[in-house]
Design a protein around this ligand. Structure first.
Ligand SMILES: *Cc1c(COP(=O)(O)O)cnc(C)c1O
Length: 400
């Protein structure tokens, strides 16, 4: 017998955080926080104040007041609270895709005598497309890993393709479809044993689990802020560069924001000696302000507590899906997955549409996957129970 959801909600130490979000929709269950996280109440106030008081009254003086430093100061906050990164290694900028483009060039530059990039065919489209285009531009060959969706990239499978030609390995810590959690420390060690560097994509892991980039010796990392960091549609992403690479790292969109003195407007380009060298142009200040609120909310709850609830939510979801006899394409061990659970169903698109019709928002992924994203600070066990019940009902409907 599964435990009733109200009992689980009553025992949840993070339950009160749900009230910290704007929840004034008519949904039965929002199970797509891994695509777009809910809006924190604090962000509504903060953005209002920013627009009125900072933008409205400080105008151009705002840049000197604080805005110029925000990509780095908020990067530091995010790095320290969520990435296990010391100050000076993380910046908020651009989109994940643009940051990945910059880091791919940076990583290739760190291994100039090698000519292969390794990536898995299960990776997120933007990662695959960027690897292909940057490899073509720089004259490198792409070595594809073709792992099973659920097992995903293992140390053994990776060991088979790494060699003296491997320059860069690009992987997602959590697979966007299956939710499989890849062993970041072990994989990073293996890549280093082969003399290559790694770029981690943290889009589906940041904010839902403890991450320790510095201590795992990670070279480069990117991630987005509009999923589990609740920073809003199109909020700027982050990138991380290990301290040992900082003094030599180069990137292809060198602009005035990556110059050593932004306002010197000098004749010749001199690159900033700090993490600012990864910036390019004027950042979205409103976007960074929203990222700061998202990071603070997560820091307040604590990533360890968030991870514990995330595991409880995914375990509960798996239990309910098992009871209904649905096919799950997510690892069965809580420690081996992120914060979403994926179901394989015939006519998945029709099922997802039918669920939305009944007030449950899941996420459909071609061709036959339905993802249930569980955002630990805003998703309740009651929501999960209602969402899965309606999912089961909708799947049943397609069988008749
Ligand atoms: C969401 C996601 C992205 C998104 O990239 P954008 O540039 O923000 O559109 C990239 N990689 C992964 C793994 C993602 O899950």
């Amino acid at each position: 017998m599964t435990t009733p959801p109200d009992v689980l909600d009553a025992a949840d130490p993070l339950a009160a955080f749900r009230d910290r979000f704007v929840i004034d929709d008519d949904l039965v269950a929002y199970l797509d926080g891994n695509s777009l996280g809910r809006l924190p109440r604090a962000t509504v106030d903060r953005l209002g104040a920013f627009v009125r008081e900072e933008w409205g009254s400080r105008l151009i003086r705002g840049w000197d007041d604080a805005w110029v430093d925000l990509p780095v100061t908020v990067g530091d906050e995010l790095g320290e609270a969520l990435l296990g990164a010391a100050a000076g290694r993380t910046v908020i900028a651009d989109s994940t895709s643009v940051n990945l483009y910059k880091l791919l060039h940076a990583a290739i530059g760190a291994r100039p005598d090698r000519d292969e990039i390794v990536i898995d065919a299960t990776n997120f489209p933007t990662d695959r497309y960027l690897v292909e285009s940057v490899a073509a531009a720089r004259g490198l060959t792409v070595r594809w890993l073709r792992p099973d969706l659920v097992d995903n990239v293992t140390v053994d499978a990776l060991a088979d393709v790494l060699g003296a030609r491997t320059a860069v390995v690009v992987l997602s810590q959590v697979d966007y479809r299956s939710g499989t959690l890849v062993d970041l420390p072990a994989v990073t060690r293996l890549v280093h044993e082969h003399g290559a560097v790694i770029v981690w994509d943290l889009c589906h892991s940041v904010g839902v689990m403890p991450i320790a980039l510095d201590s795992a010796d990670v070279d480069f990392a990117v991630g987005c802020t509009y999923k589990y960091l609740n920073s809003g549609p199109g909020a700027p992403a982050f990138l991380y560069v290990a301290e040992r690479h900082l003094s030599a790292v180069t990137q292809p969109i060198a602009g005035w924001w990556s110059a050593s003195d932004l306002f010197a407007m000098s004749e010749t380009y001199e690159v900033a000696p700090t993490i600012r060298r990864m910036l390019s142009g004027t950042p979205s200040v409103a976007g960074i302000v929203a990222v700061q609120e998202g990071v603070r909310l997560i820091a307040e709850a604590g990533v360890d507590a968030i991870r514990a609830k995330s595991e409880a939510l995914t375990a509960y979801t798996v239990e309910l899906l098992d009871d209904a006899g649905l096919e799950i394409v997510t690892p069965r061990e809580p420690a081996s997955r992120g914060s979403h659970v994926t179901v394989r169903a015939p006519e998945a698109r029709r099922v997802a549409d039918a669920m939305i019709e009944r007030g449950v928002v899941p996420d459909f992924r071609e061709p036959d996957l339905i993802r249930l994203g569980l955002s630990p600070l805003s998703t309740s066990f009651a929501e999960v129970e209602a969402g899965v019940r309606i999912l089961v009902d909708c799947v049943g409907g397609t069988r008749r």
